[in-house]
Design a protein around this ligand. Structure first.
Ligand SMILES: Nc1nc2c(ncn2[C@@H]2O[C@H](COP(=O)(O)OP(=O)(O)OP(=O)(O)O)[C@@H](O)[C@H]2O)c(=O)[nH]1
Ligand SMILES: [Mg+2]
Length: 308
């Protein structure tokens, strides 16, 4: 399966307004080349100062076509978005959400900027919930508990994950997989964000995960995932911080869920500061992988079975 390049993979692009969003239709100019037919002596159309693209005309409603609109799933989809001071990035993220998403849950991490009002402004139907406890792990667990869709997709709010890839994740859920994770390390995927240190750390932790869990995954510390909500109990999530992504994968492997990886392109965060501390959070991921390895602690499913 190949991944289509996002329309605005370049961080400086104009909020994903590309030729597929309906702006390439009639735009007030007469000719097909955007001019009214006047030409200079060598036959080229005349250029004028007013020819510059001044952006979308606010008086003209923007056609609401988005990436993934053609893909239909019969299942309801909740999108969980943890956000801490992401007011400047939310408009881009929300604008790209495909129509196959039924509800968007923003989990606010006590943001000191306008994250929540901005989210409500961009998407009046957004469900905003305050997280219980600090950290991305607590935020995601709060969001998962609030979700009502049959499928749950999680995505960051900093613009580093293109929502247009969501249909690829749903495709695998629709075709029998239980847990689908994005991978930056398979054909069609990549990262424009990973530093050398983070890349080495991710590779080392991935090696540990594959050894301990007898798996052949290609990426680990990447939080673009989707899963069936009915497996929330099996995932048995307890993490509070960034190690939650590793815990999800560890428990999915341990519980025998059918896991698929889809190529994903990680973009640079659009603006603002990272909340990740590579060394400290890397240590937490390693501790999680070790303590949760098969046989080290009874899984939730096994515990429930024993209690019967
Ligand atoms: N609600 C909530 N969201 C958080 C918290 N910590 C991080 N996030 C969000 O989780 C997502 C990932 O966090 P980032 O800070 O981007 O971490 P990262 O992607 O590893 O770091 P960069 O690559 O530098 O962006 C972003 O949407 C953050 O806003 C938190 O404590 N609460
Ligand atoms: Mg990020």
């Amino acid at each position: 399966m190949s991944t289509t390049a996002p329309p605005s993979a370049r961080p400086d692009s104009q909020h994903g307004h590309d030729s597929t969003d309906g702006h390439d239709g009639p735009d007030g100019h007469d000719g097909p080349d955007g001019h009214d037919g006047a030409r200079n002596p060598d036959g080229h159309p005349l250029r004028r100062a007013t020819d510059r693209d001044t952006g979308p005309d606010p008086a003209r409603p923007r056609p609401m076509r988005r990436a993934g609109d053609v893909v239909v799933t019969r299942h309801t989809v909740s999108l969980v978005v943890p956000a801490r001071n992401e007011a400047r990035n939310i408009p881009w993220v929300f604008e790209q959400i495909p129509r196959c998403v039924d509800e968007v849950i923003l989990v606010d991490g006590s943001s000191s900027d306008a994250t929540v009002p901005m989210a409500r402004h961009c998407l009046p139907t957004v469900r905003s919930v305050a997280q219980r406890g600090p950290g991305k792990g607590n935020a995601l667990r709060t969001g998962f508990a609030a979700a009502t869709g049959e499928y749950i997709v999680m995505i960051d709010a900093d613009g580093s994950m293109w929502p247009g890839e969501i249909p690829h994740f749903l495709h695998f859920l629709d075709h029998g997989y239980d847990f689908v994770k994005g991978s930056r390390c398979i054909g069609g995927g990549g990262s424009l964000d990973l530093t050398r240190v983070r890349s080495l750390g991710n590779r080392a932790l991935l090696t540990v995960a594959n050894r301990l869990y007898d798996a052949r995954l290609t990426d680990l510390c990447y939080g673009y995932c989707a899963f069936r909500r009915s497996f929330l109990d099996a995932l048995d999530l307890r993490s509070t911080g960034f190690e939650i992504e590793a815990e999800m994968i560890a428990h999915a492997l341990r519980s025998g869920l059918r896991i698929a990886e889809v190529p994903s392109l990680e973009l640079p965060r659009r603006s603002g500061r990272s909340n990740l501390h590579a060394v400290a959070d890397g240590r937490r991921v390693l501790r999680t992988l070790i303590t949760e390895r098969p046989g080290a602690r009874p899984s939730a499913a096994a515990t429930a079975e024993e209690q019967r």
